[in-house]
Design a binder for this molecule. Structure first.
Ligand SMILES: Cc1cc2nc3c(=O)[nH]c(=O)nc-3n(C[C@H](O)[C@H](O)[C@H](O)COP(=O)(O)OP(=O)(O)OC[C@H]3O[C@@H](n4cnc5c(N)ncnc54)[C@H](O)[C@@H]3O)c2cc1C
Length: 265
C-alpha cells in the first residue's frame, strides 16, 4: 500500500529499557539501596510504621522465548524456602502493577486494574556490506496496526497488539503474525528472524487512562500503579512525584486527576 501521510517527530528517541533498569539498579545500590529479588510480598500491614510480610520464592521462569525455546531449559538452582519474614518501614509504595490488587483488596481498596497484553519481537539486523544503513534509524509507528518498529543498536524491535485477558505464557499466533507483517511491510528482509527473541508483557491499565499516584487512604501505604502502555516513559516522573509526596515536599507538577479519589467516586 502506498504511503499517504505521516508525522515526523524529530525529537522522538529510542532507548533500551532493560539496560536502563540494570544501570539504574547499579546506581541505586551504589547509593545504598537494598533490593530483595525473588521475594513475594504476601501481605501489607498498614499503620504508622507499616510492614510487609514476605517470603523468598523460586525465580520466575524467563518470559523471553529464544529460537522458539525457553531460554532457561537447563533450570536454576533454587533458593532455600524460609518462613515468611515481617519487615517494618517508614512508608510502603505499592508498585506491583497487576500484583497490587490481591495486596490492596484485603485492606479495602479494590482498584479496577486490568492487564492488556502485548508482544515484542527483537532480532539482529542482517548485515549487508553494500547496504549498511538498511532498517530503521530510530522509531516508527504504523498507525494502521498500532505497531511500533524501533532500532536498538544492531537489532530491530517490533512491538504491539492489545489482548485483554489470557495468560502471559500463551502466545497468540495471529498477534505475532501481525508484528512480522508490519516489519516486512516497512523493512522487508532486514531482520534475522531465525535469531529472534519473543516477549509477551502486560500493560497494567486503569479505565480512565492515567496512573494512580500518591496516598492510598490506607495508613502508611502509597500507590504508583496503572501506567498502561507508557510505564517506562512515565517511570522517572512518577517516582519523583511519589518521593516528593512521601517526604512531604511540594510536587513539581500538578497532581490533579492522578489520585485514588477519582477511582473511588
Ligand atoms: C509489548 C509492550 C510494549 C511496550 N512498550 C512500551 C514503551 O515503548 N514505552 C513505555 O513507556 N512503556 C511500554 N510498555 C508498557 C510498560 O511495559 C508498562 O507500563 C510497565 O512495565 C509497567 O511497569 P510496572 O513497574 O508498573 O509493572 P511491571 O513491569 O508489571 O512490574 C511489576 C513488578 O511487581 C512485581 N510484583 C507483583 N506482585 C508482587 C508481590 N506480591 N510481591 C513482590 N513483587 C510483586 C512483579 O513481579 C513485577 O516485577 C509496553 C508494554 C508492552 C506489553
Amino acid at each position: 500500500m502506498p504511503l499517504h501521510a505521516g508525522i515526523h517527530l524529530p525529537d522522538d528517541e529510542v532507548g533500551n529499557c532493560r539496560q536502563f533498569a540494570y544501570l539504574l539498579r547499579a546506581e541505586a545500590q551504589h547509593l545504598g539501596v537494598s533490593f530483595r529479588f525473588n521475594t513475594q510480598v504476601g501481605r501489607i500491614v498498614p499503620g504508622p510504621e507499616p510492614a510487609l510480610v514476605h517470603t523468598n520464592v523460586s525465580p520466575e521462569p524467563s518470559r523471553f522465548v529464544v529460537h522458539g525455546e525457553d531460554d532457561r531449559a537447563g533450570g536454576d538452582t533454587l533458593p532455600l524456602a524460609h518462613a515468611p519474614d515481617t519487615e517494618r518501614f517508614d512508608a510502603i509504595v505499592v508498585c506491583a502493577a497487576l500484583g497490587a490488587s490481591p495486596l490492596l483488596r484485603p485492606l479495602g481498596l479494590n482498584l479496577p486494574l486490568q492487564a492488556v497484553h502485548g508482544y515484542s519481537v527483537t532480532a539482529p539486523l542482517r548485515h549487508h556490506e553494500t547496504h549498511p544503513e538498511q532498517g530503521p534509524r530510530s522509531a516508527l509507528m504504523d498507525e494502521r496496526f498500532k505497531v511500533a518498529i524501533s532500532r536498538l543498536g544492531s537489532r530491530v524491535r517490533v512491538a504491539g497488539s492489545a489482548e485483554i485477558g489470557g495468560s502471559l505464557r500463551q502466545h497468540n499466533k495471529a498477534a505475532l503474525a501481525t508484528l512480522y507483517k508490519v516489519l516486512h511491510d516497512w523493512f522487508p528482509g532486514v531482520a534475522r528472524l531465525s535469531h529472534e527473541q519473543r516477549w509477551k508483557g502486560a500493560r497494567p491499565m486503569l479505565p480512565d487512562g492515567p496512573p494512580v499516584l500518591g496516598q492510598s487512604g490506607i495508613d502508611g501505604v502509597w500507590l504508583n500503579l496503572g501506567h498502561g502502555s507508557s510505564g517506562w516513559a512515565l517511570a522517572c516522573g512518577s517516582a519523583r512525584l511519589l518521593a516528593d509526596a512521601v517526604a512531604g515536599r511540594a510536587p513539581a507538577i500538578d497532581t490533579e486527576g492522578l489520585g485514588v479519589g477519582r477511582l473511588k467516586a
